[in-house]
Write a protein of this length. Structure first.
Ligand code: SF4
Length: 347
């Protein structure tokens, strides 16, 4: 598509349908989906799925989206009995038949994927599966009471990719027992799995979770916000360099999450903090050979200007303190890919 012709319609719409903890064999130590999503009560019926889908489509009607997906989030979709999966998927079918929705996506556990399930999903219009991998370090997985191994993540990822599914992997920073070397090992393995996209979540201490008990007993210490931002930025840089999209960093902010939050590196604009940190790192690198009194031209995407400045101008202040702010002039360029910067040599 000619980018000059692109419109809001080109932005996909993902309709989230939350099925908190459905299909989960137990609760992972960091998790309390009921508190995070604010959804309590009895499981959703097929009618609920229809109503939610219709409401979102109606609200979004004027945007004329070219790609709409219904997503089952918050549980382990493929851990559900096939009849329950069928019930939920069938509720989306009329919207697929009339062209309002193009595909279905779901999130699930790596040990709830096998060849039968993959075929079952594919035949019912599921085209994107997000695996909760969290880490590919067996000791960290064990500490987090995940109940699956790193090998399960590798096996499920391979199976989904071979079936032609779009693959997403969810990862976490700040898991119990996770250090930088573990994080590096996980990132390397994820790069070799080549998922289509990744989400990175910092571990938060949420009321009602196993981690909340450990935290109160002094057995778990969360990452500081600064460390969580640095670790996430490091991972994002590695993943992007390998051509893997990082589509989200940090949990969706909201009142329910904030009410349930006991401790941990929460920030409502966590992803923006990470992106600002990456821009600061790039700027410092570009300026590494520029001495006092010299000035260079740096090109960035016009859509990255506020990220470049940082939240409350934090990057500008940092560059000023480092004596670097007067060593460059910014030039915005709509052609520059987002998140990248370059030195512009005068003609
Ligand atoms: S992290 Fe995933 S598998 Fe674990 S309890 Fe939460 S939703 Fe279930």
């Amino acid at each position: 598509m000619n980018s000059a012709l692109s419109t809001a319609g080109a932005i996909p719409l993902v309709i989230p349908v939350f099925i908190p903890h459905e299909g989960c064999p137990h609760s992972c130590v960091f998790c309390n989906q009921h508190r995070i999503s604010g959804i309590q009560g009895k499981p959703l019926s097929a009618d609920d799925v229809t109503r939610i889908t219709r409401t979102w489509l109606e609200r979004d009607r004027k945007k004329n989206r070219c790609r709409v997906q219904v997503a089952f989030y918050g549980g382990s979709f493929t851990g559900l009995a096939l009849s329950r999966q069928q019930e939920l998927l069938a509720a989306v079918l009329p919207f697929i038949r009339n062209g309002a929705v193009q595909a279905i996506r779901c999130s699930t556990r790596p040990d709830s994927i096998d060849a039968v399930i993959v075929n079952f999903l594919y035949a019912r219009h599921v085209r994107v599966v997000e695996l909760g991998g969290q880490s590919l370090d067996d000791s960290v997985l064990q500490n987090s009471r995940r109940g699956h191994s790193a090998a399960d993540v590798v096996q499920a990822s391979t199976m989904l990719k071979n079936a032609g599914m779009e693959l997403g992997i969810q990862l976490m920073v700040g898991l119990p027992g996770q250090n930088f070397s573990s994080l590096r090992g996980t990132t390397d393995q994820v790069v070799s799995l080549a998922p289509d996209f990744v989400r990175i979540y910092p571990v938060l201490v949420v009321a009602g979770s196993g981690l909340a008990r450990w935290y109160k007993r002094g057995e778990y210490r969360p990452l500081t916000l600064t460390r969580a931002v640095l670790q996430t930025a490091w991972m994002k840089k590695k993943l992007m360099a390998a051509g893997i999209r990082v589509v989200r960093m940090g949990l969706q902010p909201g009142r329910d999450l904030e009410k349930a939050l006991l401790a941990g590196p929460y920030h409502p604009a966590f992803g923006e903090l990470v992106n600002a940190r990456l821009m600061l790192q790039q700027t410092r690198k570009l300026l590494s050979g520029v001495g006092p009194g010299q000035k260079v031209l740096i090109g960035i995407s016009n859509r990255d200007l506020s990220v470049f400045k940082g939240i409350r101008q934090a990057n500008i202040q940092r560059l000023t303190r480092l004596g670097l702010f007067d060593r460059f002039t910014l030039q915005t360029d709509p052609q520059q890919p987002r998140g990248t910067m370059k030195l512009i040599t005068p003609d």
